[in-house]
Ligand binder design. Structure first.
Ligand code: GLU
Length: 488
């Protein structure tokens, strides 16, 4: 058997939707699992909906998550062009073939007539759909109709009796009544094909073996199945992965709370491998009770049969957990390298960091790695390691700093710390505790005011560790500043 060929066929109509990327993940994993080809085809026949830049955004996103396509824009391939807008002659050719064989026809109905028809159907509570007026015109009728509208569309003549049935890998045998099917438009008045027609022609010409696409397309599949039959072509294997719902059970749409654009997750600092892991396991299961899968494991274990036959849930908490785990699996050096651009963007480091800067960011990274969920949190988590002019947490001020005891405590700490010559965590801790004891204070009563003075926050990594990194001079300055600001 020839190698599988699967395609991801987005329309460049806006920022890529996370659900579509999940479909691409299934395509990609299947292609890699089988040694087949992962093809990127651009369905840009709806010119009114074209959004400048969306293709670039999509390609950047696919590459970010490591899903390089084998054929398509920028890489080419033997089955190109990979933009539907450049393949118009194919559609005309096969549309003509269908007209000649009586399975397609010109429809001259004007917008106004179609609108009237629609209203009539609505009033009579009839299902919507074209009433097939132009399906069997006599030559005279055709002439008259053409005089009324010289810009006809081409419609496919769907079968009117029986059922259209097909097998879907996930759903099993699926069937639809032909009497409920519409004679859909194949070629629009502007000469461009509709999705249904273009996708079938291209899937055939590109020798696509498996069509993987969102469940919302399953009700359109009878159109495609009948097109394959009418053109005498062998249909591909159909795979319709289930819908994705948010945690409230609503379809993941622009209106749901969940962010639906793929780019959002890249910009928020999720890791590509975590994202791949998350998307792959949203609606697919290896049958094992585990959540962490490396790319290699996903490729090895993936099968269409493992895709579940019920809606998948997009659970942000799960993604956050997973991302945190991936962050903790990284070495400090790797993570520091990933954090660096975020820290630069926040303005804490310049474009050309020195060796000292890099050594420093590694020390900081080691301290914050435990708590991080996304890379996007880095600027906030590292801020007080760079910036002395931070704000102080309001509640923290009240609870830990604006007290009669604070000045004496902090003064004692400054004095003890000033004497520390070997600035390491043990010495710092000993000095802080001794200073506390000298004013009869201990534990949290000592730690919290110091933490607030040095970081402005009530929580964070180990206090003595972070003081070591921040350095003696800056710690002393910050403690003095807290006395000046909050001492009463
Ligand atoms: N262009 C369609 C979309 O973006 C593709 C559907 C399919 O994969 O066939 O939804």
């Amino acid at each position: 058997m020839s190698k599988p060929r699967v395609r991801f066929a987005p329309s460049p109509t806006g920022s890529p939707h996370i659900g579509n990327i999940r479909t691409a993940v299934f395509d990609y994993l299947y292609a890699r699992h089988t040694g087949g080809a992962f093809i990127l085809r651009i369905e840009d026949t709806d010119r009114a909906r074209f959004v400048e830049g969306s293709l670039e955004e999509l390609m950047e996103g696919l590459r970010w998550v490591g899903m390089q396509w084998d054929e398509g824009p920028e890489v080419g391939g033997e089955y190109g062009p990979y933009w539907q807008s450049e393949r118009l002659e194919n559609y005309s050719k096969y549309a003509q073939q269908l007209i000649d064989s009586g399975r397609a026809y010109y429809c001259y109905c004007t917008k106004e007539r179609l609108e009237e028809m629609r209203k009539g159907q609505e009033a009579a509570k009839l299902p919507p759909g074209y009433d097939r007026r132009c399906r069997a015109l006599t030559p005279e009728e055709r002439e008259a109709a053409a005089a009324e509208n010289s810009n006809p569309v081409i419609r496919f003549a769907m079968k009117r009796e029986g059922r259209t049935e097909f097998d879907d890998v996930i759903r099993g045998r699926v069937g639809f009544e032909n009497s409920l099917q519409d004679d859909f438009v194949m070629i629009k008045a502007d000469g461009f094909p509709t999705y249904h027609f273009a996708a079938v022609v291209d899937d055939h010409l590109m020798e696509i073996t498996h069509v993987v696409r969102g469940d919302e397309w399953i009700s359109s599949a009878p159109k495609h199945v009948q097109l394959y039959e009418a053109l005498g072509w062998e249909a591909p294997v159909w795979v319709h992965p289930p819908l994705i719902l948010d945690t409230t059970g609503k379809k993941l749409s622009k209106r749901s709370e969940t962010q639906t654009t793929f780019t959002y997750y890249r910009e928020a600092g999720y890791l590509p491998d975590a994202m791949l892991n998350f998307l792959a396991t949203m609606g697919w299961s290896s049958g094992e009770d585990r959540k962490l899968f490396s790319r290699a494991e996903l490729i090895e274990k993936f099968s269409f049969e493992g895709i579940v036959n019920h809606p998948a849930i997009f659970d942000l908490a799960k993604l956050n957990d997973l991302n945190g785990e991936y962050i903790r699996m990284m070495s400090v050096d790797e993570l520091a390298e990933m954090i660096l651009p975020w820290v630069q963007k926040a303005g804490y480091l310049g474009e050309n960091p020195t060796a000292k800067d890099l050594a420093y960011i590694k020390e900081v990274t080691a301290l914050i790695q435990d708590r991080m969920v996304t890379l996007g949190e880095a600027p906030d988590l590292v801020s007080y390691f760079y910036n002395c002019g931070f704000d102080y947490d309001e509640k923290g001020i009240k609870k830990h700093l604006a007290k009669d005891t604070t000045p004496a405590l902090l003064k004692a700490i400054i004095s003890k710390l000033s004497d520390v010559s070997d600035w390491n965590t043990e010495r710092i801790e000993a000095a802080v505790r001794e200073a506390g004891a000298s004013v009869s204070m201990e534990g949290g009563h000592v730690i919290h005011p110091v933490r607030m003075s040095i970081t402005g926050r009530t929580w964070g990594p180990g206090l003595f560790e972070l003081m070591k990194i921040i350095g003696k001079e800056r710690c002393l300055t910050r403690l003095q500043k807290a006395i000046d600001k909050f001492g009463v």
